[in-house]
Design a protein around this ligand. Structure first.
Ligand SMILES: Nc1ncnc2c1ncn2[C@@H]1O[C@H](COP(=O)(O)OP(=O)(O)O)[C@@H](O)[C@H]1O
Ligand SMILES: CCCC(=O)OP(=O)(O)O
Length: 361
C-alpha cells in the first residue's frame, strides 16, 4: 500500500497545532500556545503569517522531519464564502478570499495560506477540509429579525463534525441518522444542532451570537451595542476587538487562559468565579435553545474543545442540561486527525477534491 505523508496545520485563535501523519498513523504532533502578549504585536491576523509559518518550519526542522518527503499539506480553512463541507484543493480564488478575510478575520484564514506556501515549494498539493464557513443551516435559522443581517454559519465545523461522528459511533448510531447537540469550547464557543448529518442551526461563534468565550463577546444587548458604536469613543476596529479578541474572559479578567482563571478561583478570586460560572451558564442556555431546535429529540449532548478538560467547568454546565439528554465529553479536539482523514480520502482517490469557485467569474 502506498504511504502518504501529510503535514496538517491548524491555526486557532490561541494556538497553532500541527501534525505529521503517515496514512492514518500520527508520527508527530505539537501544540504551540500563543500568549496574548506574543500576538499583540500583530495588528491584523494576516500579519501573523510569517510568525506562525516560521514556528512550524523551525519545529519540523528541530525534530528532524524531512518535509521533502511530504505527499500533501492540509490547513484548517477559514472565513471563505459559505460552502458545503468536504476537502477542497487550495486555488487562487480561495487564497484571495483567505487573504482578504472575505467573511472576517480569524486565525484559520492562515491555514490554507501557510499550507499552500509550504506545498508550493515542494510541488505538491495543498488542501483545506470542512472550513469554518460550512453552511448547512435550515432556512428558519437564517432569520435574525433584521432582513439586512441574516444569521450566518461560522463555527468549528471541522471538530464538530469529527466529534459528532465519534459520538454517534459510541452511541451505536450512524451520524446521518443521529440528533446531537455539539458544543465546541475553545478560544471561541459554538453550539450546533446536528440532525441527520447536517448542522441545521449553530451560533456564529466569531462575531455573531451565542455564549461569551475566552476571547469573544457572543450575544450582547443590541441597542446598547449600537449606542456604544456611535458614542464617538471608539473606532470601528476597536469595537470589533471588543467583540472578537478582547471580549469574554479577556474583557473581564484580562486573560483568555481558562487554566489561569481556575488558578485565580483557587486563590479565592470571587470575580473570576462569577465570570467563569457565567460562561458556563450561557453555554447551558445555548444548549437548551438547541434542544428546542431539535424538538426535544436529542440522542446526546456532546462537549468538546480545550475548555472541556476543566472538570468543574463541565460540572457547572452539566447540572443545567443533563435533564435533556446524556452528556458525552471529548476534551480537546480531533481536528488534526480530521484534516488528515479528509486529505487521505482525496489522495487515496476515494473522493475527488472539491473546487472552490471563482465567484468573480
Ligand atoms: N486542562 C485544561 N483545563 C481547562 N481549560 C483548558 C485546559 N487546557 C486548555 N484549556 C483552555 O482551553 C482554551 C483553548 O481551547 P482550544 O480548543 O485549544 O482553543 P483554540 O483551538 O480555539 O485556540 C483556553 O482557554 C485554554 O486555557
Ligand atoms: C470561527 C469559528 C471557529 C473558532 O472560533 O475557532 P477558535 O476557537 O479556534 O478561535
Amino acid at each position: 500500500m502506498k504511504i502518504h505523508r501529510i503535514l496538517v496545520i491548524n491555526p486557532g485563535s490561541t494556538s497553532t497545532k500541527i501534525g505529521v501523519f503517515e496514512n492514518d498513523r500520527v508520527v508527530f504532533e505539537k501544540t504551540f500556545r500563543h500568549s496574548v502578549e506574543e500576538l499583540s504585536e500583530f495588528h491584523q491576523i494576516i500579519d501573523q503569517y510569517d510568525f506562525r509559518k516560521n514556528v512550524i518550519l523551525e519545529e519540523l526542522d528541530r525534530e528532524g522531519i524531512n518535509i521533502s518527503k511530504l505527499s500533501a499539506v492540509c490547513g484548517r480553512g477559514g472565513l471563505l464564502r459559505p460552502i458545503e463541507g468536504g476537502t477542497y484543493e487550495v486555488n487562487g480564488a480561495m487564497l484571495e478570499d483567505l487573504r482578504n478575510g472575505y467573511n472576517g478575520e480569524h486565525a484559520s484564514n492562515l491555514g490554507g495560506i501557510i499550507a499552500n506556501e509550504i506545498a508550493k515549494g515542494l510541488n505538491i498539493s495543498a488542501y483545506i477540509v470542512d472550513p469554518v464557513v460550512v453552511d448547512e443551516l435550515q432556512d428558519l435559522a437564517r432569520m435574525s429579525g433584521v432582513p439586512e443581517i441574516p444569521r450566518k454559519s461560522i463555527f468549528h465545523a471541522l471538530n464538530q463534525k469529527a466529534v459528532a461522528r465519534r459520538a454517534a459511533y459510541d452511541l451505536g448510531q450512524r451520524y446521518n441518522e443521529s440528533r446531537l447537540i455539539v458544543t465546541h469550547m475553545g478560544g471561541g464557543i459554538t453550539v450546533g444542532a446536528h440532525a441527520g448529518g447536517s448542522v441545521i442551526d449553530v451560533n456564529n461563534g466569531l462575531h455573531g451570537d451565542g455564549p461569551f468565550s475566552p476571547e469573544r463577546a457572543g450575544t450582547v444587548p443590541a441597542g446598547d451595542l449600537v449606542s456604544l458604536c456611535f458614542s464617538g469613543q471608539y473606532y470601528r476596529a476597536e469595537m470589533m476587538k471588543k467583540l472578537v479578541g478582547q471580549g469574554g474572559l479577556m474583557a473581564y479578567l484580562d486573560t483568555n487562559d481558562a487554566l489561569e482563571v481556575e488558578r485565580m478561583i483557587e486563590h479565592g478570586d470571587k470575580k473570576a468565579k462569577l465570570i467563569y460560572e457565567a460562561m458556563a451558564y450561557q453555554i447551558a442556555k445555548e444548549i437548551g435553545s438547541m434542544s428546542a431546535v431539535l424538538e426535544g429529540k436529542v440522542n446526546a449532548i456532546v462537549l468538546t474543545g480545550g475548555l472541556a478538560y476543566g472538570k468543574n467547568f463541565i460540572a457547572e454546565i452539566s447540572k443545567r442540561i443533563s435533564w435533556i439528554a446524556d452528556v458525552l465529553v471529548y476534551p480537546g479536539e480531533n481536528e488534526l486527525e480530521a484534516l488528515n482523514e479528509g486529505t487521505l480520502r482525496v489522495l487515496n482517490k476515494e473522493e475527488l477534491p472539491k473546487h472552490y469557485p471563482n465567484f468573480a467569474e
